[in-house]
Design a protein around this ligand. Structure first.
Ligand SMILES: [Zn+2]
Length: 553
């Protein structure tokens, strides 16, 4: 009798222990190949998740309320896309299918005074994390074109605000320049990640001085400029000179900087510049999307015949394709379309395909998809079938799985690919003081459990130029903030743990520019926001106080 009692007690004790043990974690991921690009940790092991964080990585048996069997799968830091313009419900399923757990629009960004609204629109309403920088071009559109129709609060604002041309072609006066900087400063005060500048679309209107002052302003907050640089897309000299403008400023000011999509002619030189500057302690980095063609609006200044055909030697017939119809443009059909729909979306073929594998080998480079909103987007929702979404560049849906597939097919180490898909954004952004990124992009104890689990043998992109909205396959499970948002390749509707990625509100650090200030400090007096050298534009020659192209007065 006593012995029986004894065994019953032991049995009860074991049962209680096992039960407590089994529920120790909210979720466990068992027997996966856990890979961490920061430490090079690469081992088949178990991961326990609790309260949104990676609580343990261990070979011991662990249990949790939920279990994911990751046998044969890779368990990687969730993919971070710092160049995604479409942060909208109809995009989220495709983002998750491609393994992305954070999407941020750092190149165009949101309008400064509207930054809080931009975030509010997505809070508790997104399965993945989201963020934005502060837009240079929107501030210019408001000051130089009087554009105020910001109701869309996402990148289609760019399509609407780009119809007039002042934002692109007008040099501001000193007063207008201060207004532009003040609008951007509002967004930085509201916690914007940095400044996004699409100067490549504004190469006539934006002076070297204006870029320098932007970098000075973001630098006052310790934040980056993310630049579509001045001569992109161009030839190898123009591309390189474009980024040298940004890097020289970054060096003079000691401020962080990002080279957006430098997958263009000259990329090898750009990459070396970035590597060498990092070796000297500068926080500068670059991103690419793994495709040979780009995509933009038909009225982009660099597609004008003087640039695209005359200077760069391209033919429209070979290089400019309509995204919706698949037809290539001629000079004549381009002109006709510009009258009807100036911001029509096109594909731009600009570099041989063979370069893509080169890009995926480059250390320290991040993947930014440059996905754009779909047009028309009026009736698109989470539930719209993939096949029914309007066509777009395949980078929108396939960039990250494509990098993993290309790495596999070309014997590029998987760890190198995984550094590109997560860590190479998280590290420099974390170094900038962005807490949300100090604890992401890594498979380590204590990090936020943003995790992407995929089959390394089968993972692939499926989107093509003909159909750019097909989901990637081979990525099976995705966690955001410790919550499963995709299970067995099925994104879960209404599960929205996505966090805002942003800075805390800050006091203004903007100091308006003045002639007196310049003269006092540097003994040179700028004519206006455009210069410092009288006659920097032909129509200004010898007439420093005449501003023939002022808008909005
Ligand atoms: Zn761009």
């Amino acid at each position: 009798m006593n012995i029986l009692k004894y065994f019953l007690l032991i049995g009860l004790f074991v049962l209680l222990t096992v039960t407590a043990f089994a529920q120790e974690y909210d979720l466990v991921i068992l027997n996966g190949r856990v890979m961490d690009p920061e430490t090079n940790f690469d081992q088949v092991t178990n991961v326990g998740v609790k309260d949104g964080k990676i609580a343990i990585i261990t070979e011991k048996t662990i249990g949790g309320t939920e279990t994911i069997d990751a046998s044969g799968l890779v368990v990687a830091p969730g993919f971070i896309d710092g160049h995604q313009h479409c942060i909208e419900p109809y995009a989220y399923r495709l983002m998750l299918r491609d393994g992305r757990t954070t999407i941020m629009d750092m190149e165009i960004g949101a309008h400064g005074p509207k930054l809080n609204e931009w975030y509010k629109r997505r809070e508790r309403n997104a399965p993945l994390n989201f963020g934005a920088s502060v837009a240079h071009e929107f501030a210019r559109a408001e000051v130089l074109d009087g554009f105020k129709d910001w109701k869309y609060l996402y990148t289609p604002d760019a399509i609407r605000s780009r119809v007039k041309q002042g934002w692109s072609k007008t040099r501001p006066t000193l007063e207008q320049g201060n207004q532009i900087l003040a609008l951007i400063d509002e967004g930085l005060q509201q916690g914007g990640l940095g400044i996004g500048s699409t100067v490549g679309y504004m190469r006539e209107g934006v002076s070297a001085r204006e870029i320098f002052e932007l970098q000075k302003l973001s630098g006052r907050y310790g934040r980056f400029i993310d630049m579509h640089f001045r001569y992109t897309p161009g030839d190898d000299v123009g591309e390189t000179n474009g980024i040298q403008e940004m890097l020289a400023n970054a060096a003079a000011l000691g401020t962080p900087a990002i080279a957006a999509h430098f997958n263009n002619p000259g990329y090898n030189m750009v990459h070396e510049l970035l590597v060498r500057m990092r070796e000297r302690g500068y926080n500068v980095w670059g991103e690419i999307y793994p495709y040979a063609a780009g995509s933009t609006a038909l009225n982009a200044v660099f597609l004008e015949p003087e640039v695209w055909v005359k200077a760069l030697g391209n033919k429209y017939e070979d290089t400019i394709q309509d995204v919706a119809t698949g037809e290539f443009y001629t000079q004549k059909s381009r002109e006709e379309m510009l009258k009807k729909e100036p911001t029509r979306v096109v594909l731009v073929y600009k570099i041989p395909k063979s370069a893509i594998v080169d890009w995926i080998k480059m250390p320290g480079v991040a993947i930014g998809s440059d996905g754009m909103p779909l047009f028309p987007d009026d009736n698109l929702t989470w539930d719209t079938p993939y096949e029914d979404l309007p066509n777009t560049h395949p980078r929108f849906s396939g960039s990250f799985a494509r990098v993993l597939r290309l790495a596999r097919e070309n014997n590029i180490p998987l760890m190198q690919a995984l550094s590109m898909t997560s860590y190479n954004y998280a590290r420099p952004l974390g170094d900038m003081g962005l807490k949300a990124m100090q604890e992401r992009g890594r498979m380590q104890k204590g990090m936020v459990a943003d995790i992407t689990i995929f089959n390394p043998q089968t993972v692939t992109d499926n989107s093509t130029y003909a159909k750019g909205t097909l989901p990637s396959t081979g990525i099976l499970h995705v966690l955001v903030d410790g919550v499963i948002v995709m299970k067995d390749q099925e994104p879960l509707k209404g599960v929205n743990p996505g966090q805002p990625i942003r800075f805390e509100p800050a006091k203004s650090r903007f100091e308006p520019l003045s002639i007196e200030g310049w003269t006092h400090q540097y003994y040179t007096s700028p004519v206006d926001f455009g210069g410092g050298v009288p006659g920097s534009q032909p129509n200004r020659m010898g007439a420093p106080d005449v501003h023939p192209d002022i808008h909005g007065h």
